[in-house]
Design a protein around this ligand. Structure first.
Ligand code: ZN
Length: 298
């Protein structure tokens, strides 16, 4: 498992905003002290415009350097165009690790899955997942499955990849922001929209159905938009997933036994480092870390 990160992604913040630099720095610190785990570490790659332009209009790239907020929760920051490109570079480096026979996880910010072909939104500026998935296709993968388990609908990824041959997208999310993904869309986008306070076992059942949709697609690559905000303690949602559920997600994806890479999307609780670690332990075929509080199985 190779973790892609760098400190530059901590270089912007807004007081009171939930998407903080500490999400990354604390998670990296936590991963570094895990015993008996030969994690590799890497940096994002440089990403030329030609790769970004497969997913985005030129107008979006130009807009990123205009000194004006994008929406009420997506602020302009000096240098955000370059910082967002580095986050995309994290996703591409995670894909590189996978192409080299391993597995990659991009521990970078900003997240990307809300950015549409033409617009930044919802803390997202460039859609790292869609860009990396299109790059994977350019490298020869034929059937690319994308699982998005962030509690918010991956509307941007869907916007860019709906009805694109060679892709299947499955998202499990809650009602509310960004108010899309209420039903399946096109021939290749599978959406499971859960009400607030969904019972944990029902949320897991929806995740299981989404994963089965992707299995039916018979992918040769699975890419994961890993958001950890369906956790029961997350301040941005009312869902009830527990730490072992993220280990289960990783383990279930591992059982596809095909190349896999993942990128961090949301996740705003103080437990984010433990949630990421549980997911990556599952993905690596390792047991849940000892000392993790295990709630009763649903
Ligand atoms: Zn989210």
């Amino acid at each position: 498992m190779k973790i892609i990160t760098e400190s530059q992604c901590s270089g912007y913040s807004k007081p009171g905003h939930p998407e903080t630099p500490e999400r990354i720095s604390r998670s990296a610190e936590h991963l570094r002290v895990q015993p008996d785990w030969d994690l590799e570490w890497g940096s994002p790659t440089e990403v030329p415009d030609s790769i970004l332009l497969r997913a985005h209009d030129r107008s979006l790239l130009d807009r990123l350097s205009l000194q004006k907020d994008f929406d009420s929760d997506t602020a302009y920051f000096p240098g955000i165009d370059q910082i967002a490109r580095r986050s995309v570079g994290g996703a591409i480096a995670a894909l590189d690790a996978t192409c080299a026979g391993g597995s990659g996880f991009s521990l970078m910010r900003p997240p990307g899955h809300h950015a549409t072909r033409t617009a930044p939104m919802g803390f997202c500026y460039l859609n790292s997942m869609a860009i990396a998935a299109l790059e994977a296709q350019a490298r020869g993968f034929k059937r690319i499955a994308i699982l998005d388990f962030d509690v918010h609908h991956g509307n941007g990824t869907e916007d860019i990849l709906v009805d694109q041959p060679g892709f299947a997208f499955a998202s499990v999310h809650a009602t509310g922001y960004p108010f899309s993904g209420k039903e399946h869309r096109g021939a290749n986008c599978f959406n499971y929209c859960m009400p607030g306070n969904t019972r944990r076992e029902d949320y897991i059942a929806a995740l299981t159905r989404a994963i089965e949709d992707l299995r039916t697609f018979k992918p040769d690559l699975i890419a994961v938009s890993a958001g950890f905000d369906a956790y029961h303690g997350d301040p941005l949602s009312e869902q009830k997933l527990e730490i072992p559920d993220y280990h289960w997600l990783g383990d279930t994806i591992r059982q596809f036994q095909i190349p896999t890479f993942s990128i961090l999307e949301g996740g705003y609780s103080a437990m984010l480092p433990e949630l990421i670690t549980a997911y990556l332990h599952g993905l690596s075929g390792k047991p849940l870390a000892t000392g993790t509080q295990v709630p009763a199985q649903p």
